[in-house]
Write a protein that binds this ligand. Structure first.
Ligand code: FAD
Ligand code: DLZ
Ligand code: SF4
Length: 508
């Protein structure tokens, strides 16, 4: 009776479901580095190093506990290159009589797990991933037959059920949300504190060399790899955020600055998503900082809402609506992804800066993802699947359960409003207000049309014109469509003409 307990690269939590009930005398923990998981989209090199090095450190800790670990390295002889292939080989190698997995983070992997039992001829159990605070069933219960699934109401339920930032039945501070105090532009005099980074140890350096060799053509540089790859270092990263950046998190949450990727953000999503940190402990750490007077309520509530609210909610949306969710294309967007998403070579300074940050750090913060690269993709009508593959590849924290709803639903409105009540479309004025990008740009955010005009300006109106049939009746789009209706036919024609010249010039 040998149980093979599978742990994937984003399940690196000691008490992840498949390790609960582990019998050290009988069971084998199975982990495999496989090329297919690095190439089904061409992941950023830093993301691959983060996952593989964290897997190796996790396996080392298990071995230290006396657990039997069957670990397949990427360059091991006979490595089939796929998770299914390696699980099958391991079942034979250790004569497993049962396989236990934890629910994965992607539909593709779930489908693979579901076919394993027939292929292997041994029972395969897929256990609920209880690292999430709301189970899939909890979300389905909340969704019920509601017509609209807005995050804000889900979040209130989560506050109540976890008792985080609650004063008996009421929210601490008398309100659920303090966003009216948040999201200010950041004055030039404010310099965000440096973010603690972690020097690669010998194990990580080995993985860096391996990834340079095997994934040479992928985006990203490894000379400045600084991600934590152990739980101990991830806890240091949490402490660094709570101590140095949380107190300004809310105020400057939406602000952007050229060359300053991290701002006052936590940079914790990769650790939460691969299992080095638990969402409950991160929320509690922020709550404790508030109780000790180290950070104001608007910042603490704003931060906790991202994890207890958004993170749990998008996971609920993903599993509730997959696999159909990924196939909708409400705005029938079909333009190919321009090459500059990979190279950063564009005259649009905002796009260049965000893509440079992405290449350098496998990171950009939420508003950069949503209102720069996402907004451009929306306005330019880029094909959802190509845009989603890009987001899934380039960020260290990208796993489909969280990437897809954010890209497909929030950034591209491709789900027709399941997640957001209206498209997050904005012109250059918004970018100019929230960043210093426009100062270094060839274009001018104040010029709406013609020579030197910011492309976000005419693309914004062109987007409304192109999608009038789909969006005009959206109650939250009333204002922009009223403005559009006052535009002369000549002005509309000029907008369409300049947009089409610009869009035709985007090479796929
Ligand atoms: P902070 O700004 O410090 O926020 C704290 C934490 O809240 C994050 O670590 C994250 O766990 C959570 N969080 C915040 N916003 C969201 C959100 N919208 N959805 C889910 N969790 C959230 N997040 C991912 O974790 N993986 C992705 O692949 C991903 N893809 C995205 C794609 C697009 C187009 C957009 C608009 C957003 C995406 N996000 C994704 C959400 C968000 O941008 C990142 O979670 C955040 O930028 C990570 O940086 P941070 O850890 O510094 O977050
Ligand atoms: C992202 C990733 C990469 C790059 N490599 C591996 C790997 O070699 N082995 C593994 O078990 N997991 C890897 N992962 C994480 C998986 O892609 C992830 O578990 C699925 O996408 C489900 O979320
Ligand atoms: Fe971006 Fe337009 Fe500003 Fe240039 S002018 S940085 S393209 S918003």
């Amino acid at each position: 009776m040998t149980v093979l307990r599978v742990v994937l690269g984003d399940q690196l939590t000691r008490d992840v479901a498949s390790l609960q009930g582990l019998d050290v005398a009988r069971d084998v923990v199975f982990m495999a580095e496989v090329k297919g998981e690095g190439t089904y989209v061409a992941h950023h090199k830093q993301k691959i190093v983060l996952v593989l090095s964290a897997m190796r450190h996790f396996a080392q800790d298990l071995l230290g506990e006396g657990v039997r670990v069957d670990y397949v390295q990427l360059d091991a002889a006979g490595n089939s290159g796929t998770l299914a292939g390696e699980i099958a080989r391991a079942v034979k190698r250790v004569s497993a009589t049962r396989v236990v997995c934890t629910y994965p983070g992607e539909w593709r992997v779930l489908e693979m797990m579901r076919t394993l039992q027939d292929e292997l001829g041994v029972p395969v159990e897929i256990l609920e991933d209880d690292r999430f605070i709301a189970s899939r069933a909890d979300f389905a219960r909340w969704a019920g037959d509601k017509k609209s699934l807005r995050m804000e109401y889900f979040y209130r339920e989560m506050r109540r059920s976890t008792d985080i930032l609650m004063d008996k039945d009421e929210p601490v501070g008398g309100a659920w949300n303090f966003d009216q105090e948040n999201r200010k532009p950041m004055p030039a005099s404010v310099r965000p504190p440096d973010v603690e980074r972690f020097a690669p140890d010998a194990m990580t350096r080995d993985v860096i060399a391996l990834v340079e060799r095997v994934f040479a053509s992928h985006m990203g540089a490894l000379d400045r790899f600084g991600w934590a790859v152990t739980r101990a270092d991830a806890l240091r990263a949490l402490d660094d955020f709570i101590t140095h950046r949380l107190a300004n998190f809310g105020d400057y949450q939406d602000a952007m600055k050229a060359g300053t990727a991290f701002m006052h953000h936590s940079i914790l999503a990769p650790y939460l998503n691969i299992g080095l940190l638990d969402p409950r402990e991160v929320c509690r750490a922020a709550e404790v900082a508030f109780k000790r007077g180290l950070a104001p309520l608007n910042c603490v509530e704003g931060f906790i809402r991202q994890i207890l609210g958004w993170r749990e909610y998008v996971r609920g949306i993903y599993w509730h609506f997959m696999p159909k969710y990924a196939d909708s294309n409400f705005l029938e967007a079909s333009r190919p992804l321009p090459d500059f998403y990979w190279t950063g070579e564009t005259k649009m300074h905002c796009m260049g800066c965000v893509i440079d940050d992405t290449r350098r750090h496998a990171y950009s913060h939420h508003i950069q993802r949503l209102m720069i690269t996402g907004n451009f993709a929306l306005l330019a009508g880029l094909e959802p699947k190509a845009v989603e593959a890009w987001y899934l590849a380039v960020y260290a924290d990208a796993f489909e359960w969280v990437e897809l709803p954010n890209t497909h639903g929030m950034a591209l409105f491709a789900d027709g409003g399941v997640l957001a009540s209206k498209p997050y479309a904005a012109s250059g004025a918004y970018i100019d207000r929230m960043s210093n990008f426009c100062k270094g740009c060839d274009y001018d955010p104040k010029i709406k049309l013609g020579e030197g005009a910011c492309p976000f300006n005419y693309l914004y109106w062109n987007f409304l014109i192109e999608n009038e049939g789909a969006l005009k009746r959206n109650p939250r789009m009333g204002m922009p469509y009223k403005t559009l209706s006052n535009m002369t036919p000549e002005r509309r024609a000029e907008i369409v003409e300049q947009s089409s010249v610009f869009l035709d010039g985007l090479v796929g």
